[in-house]
Design a protein around this ligand. Sequence first.
Ligand code: ADP
Ligand code: MG
Length: 261
Amino acid sequence: MADLEIKDLRVSVEDREILKGISLGISKGEVHAVMGPNGSGKSTLSNTLMGHPGYKVEGGEVLFKGKDILQLTPDARSRLGIFLALQYPVVVPGITMNNFLRTALNAHRGYDGKDKSKAVSPKEFRSLVEPHLETLKIEKSFLSRYINEGFSGGEKKRVEILQMAVLKPELAILDETDSGLDIDSIKYVSAAINQLRGPDLGVLIITHYTRILEFIKPDFVHVLVNGSFVLSGGPEVADLLEAKGYSEWVDEPAPAEEVSA
Ligand code: ADP
Ligand code: MG
């Protein structure tokens, strides 16, 4: 059994069925890409895996490390080792990046404000964060700013990957981390993800475009259209989409490269 097992998952949003019975297994060490046109259900999948309350599971199962996670709250899923980089990162005024990252790390370590031995020390915190700032080209001053407040689109996405680097998940779901990134940012983000890639991490890259897959080579590619997987295979599936787009399945213009800023 794979570390993440999705079996015949059906999900509705506001009484409309969006995911229509999808199955997927992801083991540590593997990178899977889920590609699909807009509105095909990609974010519904990522939000459901993380436990967003707006997405109603109508049927099927999701097991992580053999455990049924569908009843777990998002924070419990996070402590179990699942991480989601949001397609649209939210601004949280009043909470600094520093505070947020340290609190999240402490929560993962079971520090509840009492047993100080479990808390991450300022020195360890710096050693965990600073190397990634360099790879992701994030200025240190960002850590003293409120979460995402005034950050550009690209900065928000890089900060999502910083969170991933610090929390060291076993399963990382990246929901269109590449969208809205200029070419330099795609390179920084890909370099950071490639550094984190390895036998202890499974990755689910969700994307509309094939470009990020030139930098992060997936082991498997699955095409999601209208809530169902219509094609799965190796990296050659991404090449096929690069050439033909989604025109075989939907009325969508042939692939046009995203215009980079
Ligand atoms: P993708 O990420 O592939 O672009 P989504 O999963 O975001 O697609 O959306 C799939 C469908 O579900 C769309 O038709 C979208 O309008 C609908 N949907 C998703 N989330 C919501 C929501 N919170 N409220 C209403 N409709 C939603
Ligand atoms: Mg989406």
